[in-house]
Design a binder for this molecule. Sequence first.
Ligand SMILES: Nc1ncnc2c1ncn2[C@@H]1O[C@H](COP(=O)(O)OP(=O)(O)OP(=O)(O)O)[C@@H](O)[C@H]1O
Length: 568
Amino acid sequence: MGYFRCFLCSYYCSCFGDFDTAFFDGVYILGTGWGYCSFSSECSFVDSLVCYFWNLQVKIFGIRGCCFGIANMILVKRMRETLYSSLLLQDISFFDNETVGDLTSRLGADCQQVSRVIGNDLNLILRNVLQGGGSLIYLLILSWPLGLCTLVICSILAAVMLRYGWYQKKAARLIQEVTASANDVAQETFSLIRTVRVYGTEEQEHGRYKWWLGKLADISLRQSAAYGFWNFSFNSLYHSTQVIAVLFGGMSILAGHITAEKLTKFILYSEWLIYSTWWVGDNVSNLMQSVGASEKVFNLMDLSPSTQFIAKGVKLQSITGHIEFVNVSFHYPSRSTVSVVQHVNFVVHPSEVVAIVGLSGSGKSTLVNLLLRLYEPTSGQILIDGVPLKDLDVKWWRERVGFVGQEPKLFRMDISSNIRYGCTRDVTQEDIEWAAKQAYAHDFISALPNGYETLVDDDLLSGGQKQRIAIARAILRDPKILILDEATSALDAESEHNVKGVLRSVRSDSASRRSVIVIAHRLSTIQAADRIVVMDRGQIVENGSHRELLLKDGLYARLTRKQADAMA
Ligand SMILES: Nc1ncnc2c1ncn2[C@@H]1O[C@H](COP(=O)(O)OP(=O)(O)OP(=O)(O)O)[C@@H](O)[C@H]1O
């Protein structure tokens, strides 16, 4: 019996808390964090030794903490992975509505919050519920009227805590939104630091960030006030249990209903109970905070991927490069009332070079976005070799398209890796250098201290150098369809002339010739195109060769004259 009691006591001590002193039905245990078990009159030496090792085992190996830690680590890793891949597979229009700061906050701080729930809060809640439950049972056994009084006080405490937890959840959500907005401001300012410096808007940017920090401080202030109220409630209720215990317990002793020893035990256990309630409440409010923080994370994780990635599309045996826009209209999802492209019809024949020109904002890049399937037409369709583009396997299609955009972006990696980026075939260093030579990038790359191994990012090279690397990237893919959206605007005239010749056909045999769509504002550079499509306010207004369009004397002729006048 002594062994059993001693075992229970030490197990209780080791599992439910690091108590300095614990009473259990007359057995006096000196328990510390290491589960040191003292000898009592009822425990034999062997009993105490077994209990001691049991405690040691629980504490040293920290089975419970270790399990929670591992579960937490696995879960957070999976969460981050799932969230990241869920975001990567969203439609481009999703990113039009979300900010980078917000998404990175979700991946970083928010996932960390969830980790805290799993690793700490749940663990502590479990421990304290067990400890509080044990104390309550023992209190009721000691004296049920006093036990019930303590239970009522704990219930009030629990009610205050629930309210406090609800408030914390709301505050956490607000804090997250405001933090994400502050992050956005900082991210934007640092990425546009050159513009900020040139326009001298450091103070203005500081003010913008400070405004969000002020909002954050405001919410935190209210959170602190709520915490103060909560703490006050706890202290008042905690002391009232002691007052009740001493008052009624003292009267019961005088009446001879309970002994002084029982009252001492009662006070100690009621302290345990109320502290357990406090801990549970505190952890539940943390849990609520984390739930508030993780709600958006879970919503984002639940998003289904873009239909492009779900649908199993057609992979053609070969592709000639015949592109046809059939009555295509489109509006961006974020501006559903503004039609950006209206009833567009035109054809690009295999190996043809077609230039798209027009005033700024007339919808040229939008046509390219549709061809790349970054967005789907609102009506009409695009046919590739007679097959609707939306029926093609999106990965297969993109592997066959080379694209150089207006402002090429480089990844923070070496130049070789940047040129190789997205290339699905095996390429050697010679292939990379060959592509760089074609793009007239080899000379400047070789002049860099580490040559092709030089680490670059979006800020470390000139606009023209970045364009050359992006062109080399496109050339290396050897695509059947090449799209150049102001791809050579930052090159000097000579390089532009040379690069354009290369882009039209990297190899001279006709099998390797490609269809090229080129968008350019500098009209002198597209005169040699097989055909020129002229756009105005989302519609095609002219279509023909340079000579034919000049004879028409329409928008194209007007634009050409204006550019010639400006040069003069
Ligand atoms: N992601 C977007 N969301 C909403 N509207 C957009 C988006 N991208 C472009 N637009 C709008 O669509 C219209 C056409 O833009 P687009 O970029 O196609 O013009 P563009 O002819 O290529 O102009 P530029 O010659 O200046 O590059 C513009 O009015 C622009 O504001």
